[in-house]
Design a protein around this ligand. Sequence first.
Ligand code: FE
Length: 231
Amino acid sequence: MPRNRLLVATALFSAALALTACTGISAEAPTSAASTPSPASSSSSPSPAASTETSRTTAAAPVVPSPEDRAAPTCVPGVTLIEQNQGPYYTQGAPERTDITDAAPGTALLLTGYVLDDQCNPVAGATLDFWQADGNGSYDNNGYVLRGVQTTDENGAYALTTVIPGQYPGRTEHVHVKVTAPNGPTYTTQLYFPESTANGGDRFYVPELDVTITSYDGSKMTAHFDMVLPA
Ligand code: FE
């Protein structure tokens, strides 16, 4: 994507997030309670089934890009993935799938990228375990909505069909992921969205973990992030 179009897409997304922050869940100052409640706690993060049944919108289904339509891998040898905590809402045993949406509320997001080794070679057969909040900032802690495991192809590529996550108290928009090389180990991190108005108030946010927004038309976003594994 030409740089000027990318800037427009990012600016549009920034404006949309500002609007969301005004009308949706507010982003409060980070607190340990917001980041470390037990998975059983539902006070700050009710399940979508319990809280959003009447307000769901159907996300448009993005088309998984062909290899030639993907953004090229971005990798600097030796500059590897920053690890972050998994937070309180991880659930083991998510189903194997690339589309984790399950009609959860939110704006459609297609996130693509590559898993690479520290010398920028593709890592085929890496496992990616994604989980995230829906567009209203709620996790499904009783089931597997917005949770899924997939494996990179022979080029190290992955593609995740989902929605743009919402903010919840103390947290800006983010997608959690555990990436495991074929013979281990597992690295855990979180991916963020550039220029979100809530990034500055989230103590976990680091710009190195920003996805690159490659398109955004208000109803669908495509974004890219490569995961470079430590040696
Ligand atoms: Fe989270």
